[in-house]
Design a protein around this ligand. Sequence first.
Ligand SMILES: NC(=O)c1ccc[n+]([C@@H]2O[C@H](COP(=O)([O-])OP(=O)(O)OC[C@H]3O[C@@H](n4cnc5c(N)ncnc54)[C@H](OP(=O)(O)O)[C@@H]3O)[C@@H](O)[C@H]2O)c1
Length: 366
Amino acid sequence: MRYIDVAVLGATGAVGQKFITLLENHPWFRVREVVASSRSAGKRYREAVTWIQNAPIPETVAGLTVRSLEDTLESGVLFSGLDSVVAGDAEQSYAEQGYLVISNSRNHRMDPRVPLVIPEINPEHLRLVDLQPWRGAIVTNPNCSTMFLAMALAPLHRAFGLRAVQVTTLQALSGAGYPGLPALGVMGNVIPYIDGEEEKIETETLKILGEPGEYGVNPASVRVAAQCTRVPVVDGHTETVSVQLQQPATVEEVRSVMESFRGMPQIQGLPFAPRQPLWIFDAADRPQPARDLQVENGMATLVGRLRPCPVLDYRMVLLGHNTVRGAAGAAILNAETIVHLGYLKEGRFDRQGCVDEPAAAYCVGA
Ligand SMILES: NC(=O)c1ccc[n+]([C@@H]2O[C@H](COP(=O)([O-])OP(=O)(O)OC[C@H]3O[C@@H](n4cnc5c(N)ncnc54)[C@H](OP(=O)(O)O)[C@@H]3O)[C@@H](O)[C@H]2O)c1
């Protein structure tokens, strides 16, 4: 297979850098172009970026000249880690021009015409691209905290039905981008508010667990309450979650459907698919951001302390890598799914892709 040329929008930011790191040596995609603001445009990437990854800048990218949003791009697939202030208009303009935009930004996620996809859960939502009036298309992945919550809830919702969910997040600093929050504001501190985050979790989760209809997704009928906090952890969002089920289930049954949950990316063996999407920890003091984030190269959702809840039915602790599975890695897995389903021809978006089976046909364990 020939490489598919891709561009990274917002390439100098925290998510953009993660795209560049994760795409190095990807078997299908090659970063051909990098795009950022007019502050960076015209410079070599290595000069424009404040590099915050542990691995060095890939040689193939370091020397690229940063493009601006006004430039025409050669790549047909654009991974977007753009600041949400500009992402809405910029991504739509690219879609109008025929590009496939795979976005991390919040702007289009709740547009009824735009798929909000986690391929293990709802690959059939990709059909929503048929509602988009553009030559190209926009496909989104969820907010980083929603990602891990939805991944844990999906098998429970399928097997037992969910009635209510309560989640409190402890979100890492890298979720606020670079340079992010001032050190004096966060060190030794917990900030009990993240602008817009609770609304995103409460709405995006229902869209992901919902059923696609004629005019968009009919959201799942589950009550979700979220409280979000920022904590002085570099990477890794922790979430404490309680769920109420529609049908009774033992703790062993709850554990079993989560542990055996597999979706389309696992069954099709996509390159970025975690072998096991949900990892259940038995040790009472795990998972921890400083110890466990690298499980499945950051693509798994880690579950600990699964036990009965005296208020709702069951409670647990979730952990996930916010810039990998919560952002760039999620978008790359979406792109692999899109390629697998035939939505690209010669590296360009082609609406004739074929989602011929509902997600349920792929799901094991739920
Ligand atoms: N961090 C996470 O964990 C995470 C997780 C999920 C989703 N997201 C979403 O992903 C997006 C990027 O987040 P981030 O954390 O990577 O933010 P960031 O570190 O602040 O990076 C923002 C990027 O957008 C570019 N940009 C800003 N203004 C621009 C303009 N006017 N024109 C063109 N480019 C512009 C910046 O380029 P310059 O360097 O040239 O200014 C930079 O490359 C956001 O929408 C965020 O909500 C982030």
